[in-house]
Design a protein around this ligand. Structure first.
Ligand code: 4AD
Ligand code: MG
Length: 466
């Protein structure tokens, strides 16, 4: 007899009924009934749901093999897909041949029973993808990544690979990880006794990038619509549930585009990601709605159907002051808004995504376009309920003289950024872009409250396990 190799997802569909199939995966549970059968729940990650195997005690290797199939074991089964009499599943497998591939010792396998805490699962990040929650997160992360490319490709954007190693600090916050091939115990020193980076691999200090923006802007000034999507690194020592030292960022950059159009792109883009997971990851999203956040689907649908609120920084500050609310960090014009302020606006006051724009120039990087008031820049942050800032972006300063003044104000080495200034020297155009943190988007889309649970292997202060 020949067996068709299917995934569990395929075998769970009614179309598979009647087929002789071969399935492989990992066992979630085995239960032995008195009626001469064992039931095994098999999962191969292809879908949220398992498939049930019905294994008769008449199988020749029942005592020798089937009895040693425990949670976490890997196995192969050949059998026939039947319509399932049970509720909640269309099909099940009547097993004909069962083979144990790799056993999992029940005395030590950590995922015996259901309902481990997310904190505990972080300590076994190498095994946690075998749980309902982390399997679903992994599939949604994949789906969202795919949608990101689809959205930009359908809109005429080109994907650009920007470097991971860089000598420039795009955000100017000094939160860079050094990249060096010098021996830290025996590094060459200059006359002042400082490390002599001229003898380092690149002949100068270099770092892991905090953003691909500066590089992607160069490609924008030639390809018009571009985006980069890659890992970014920040050595910010903030141990919060929303910051990781290594995260993935999507950064589109659009030529001949001012801030208003940039906001439109950001809103359209986020809505597309929401619509796609609701449509294509329905089973996983239903699980998150049930187990993680009972308001998830309502929130996503609400955001999808509403216009994002647009509010200037100055209006937001007035509103926060007038709210009468006691914040830990006092609100006054000029401060960098804290998470408590952002969350008040998006979660309590507007109960909707909010795009804040025109921030004080003193709290924003050198590359943002200066407004006519001379005090604010054409920055925008998109805030969403439960996550806060999900997108940060701006219109870029495209006038050479203004850009150079800003660089001097922020004490940047003009020579080091000469290539960036060249874009303003030769054929400059108004242009804009933004950065979406992939993990912040995933937190929003799944309801998961800690960034450590949407990254396969989170890197945070003091933690570089696995
Ligand atoms: O607001 P940020 O710092 O903006 C930039 O890096 C710009 N260069 C983007 C651009 O205009 N091309 O970061 C953008 C987004 C934030 O809104 C947030 O979603 C995410 O990146 N982000 C982080 N996510 C996780 N952990 C961190 N430490 C993050 N820092 C920023
Ligand atoms: Mg930001």
């Amino acid at each position: 007899m020949t067996y068709e190799k299917l995934t569990v997802a395929e075998a769970r569909k009614a179309e598979a009924i009647g087929k002789d199939v071969l399935l492989q995966g990992w066992v979630r549970t085995r239960r032995d009934s008195k009626a001469g059968f064992s039931f095994v729940e098999l999962n191969d990650g292809s879908s949220f749901g398992n498939i049930q195997l019905l294994i008769s005690k008449e199988l020749p290797n029942y005592e020798t093999t089937v009895k040693s199939i425990t949670a976490g074991s890997s196995m192969t089964v050949q059998g026939t897909v039947k319509a399932s009499p049970g509720q909640g599943q269309e099909t099940e497998i009547e097993a004909k041949v069962v083979e144990l591939v790799g056993a999992a010792d029940p005395a030590t396998y950590p995922l015996q029973k259901k309902g481990h805490s997310l904190e505990f699962l972080r300590s076994i990040a190498h095994l946690r993808v075998r749980t309902n929650t982390f399997g679903a997160v992994a599939r949604i992360r994949n789906r969202v990544s795919f949608s990101i490319h689809q959205f930009f490709q359908e809109n005429g954007f080109f994907y650009v690979h920007t470097p991971i190693i860089t000598a420039s600090d795009c955000e100017g916050a000094g939160q860079m990880f050094h990249v060096s091939s010098l021996n830290p115990d025996d590094s060459p020193k200059d006359d002042a006794g400082k490390v002599d980076f001229s003898q380092d691999f690149f002949g100068k200090p270099s770092y892991l990038t905090v953003s691909g923006q500066l590089n992607v802007e160069t490609y924008c000034a030639g390809l018009s619509r571009v985006y980069t999507f890659g890992p970014t690194f920040r050595a910010e020592n903030s141990n919060t549930s929303r910051h990781a030292a290594e995260f993935w960022m999507i950064e589109p950059e659009i030529a001949f585009c001012e801030l208003e159009e940039n906001m439109e792109w950001a809103e359209k883009f986020l809505k597309r990601l929401i619509a796609d997971v609701l449509q294509h990851s329905a089973e996983d999203i239903a699980f998150f709605n049930e187990q993680i956040d009972k308001t998830l689907i309502d929130t996503l649908q609400h955001v999808l159907s509403s216009q994002f609120i647009r509010l200037s920084y100055t209006e937001a500050v007035d509103l926060l002051i007038q709210s009468g609310r006691k914040f830990d960090y006092k609100v006054e014009w000029g401060i960098d808004l804290q998470s408590e302020h952002e969350r008040y606006l998006t979660e309590e006051h507007f109960k909707s995504p909010v795009i804040l724009y025109d921030y004080p120039k003193t709290i924003k990087p050198f590359y943002m376009r200066v407004n006519e008031d001379g005090k604010t820049v054409r920055a925008m942050d998109v805030l969403v309920p439960k996550v806060g800032e999900i997108i940060g972006g701006s219109e870029r300063e495209y006038q050479l003289d203004v850009l150079e003044t800003r660089m001097k104000e922020q004490k940047l080495d003009l020579e080091a950024y000469r290539w960036y200034a060249d874009l303003r020297r030769y054929g400059t155009v108004p242009h804009s872009g933004f950065g979406l943190g992939l993990e912040r988007a995933l937190m929003f889309l799944t309801g998961i409250a800690n960034i450590r649970d949407v990254l396969p292997f989170p890197r945070t202060p003091g933690n570089c396990e696995f």
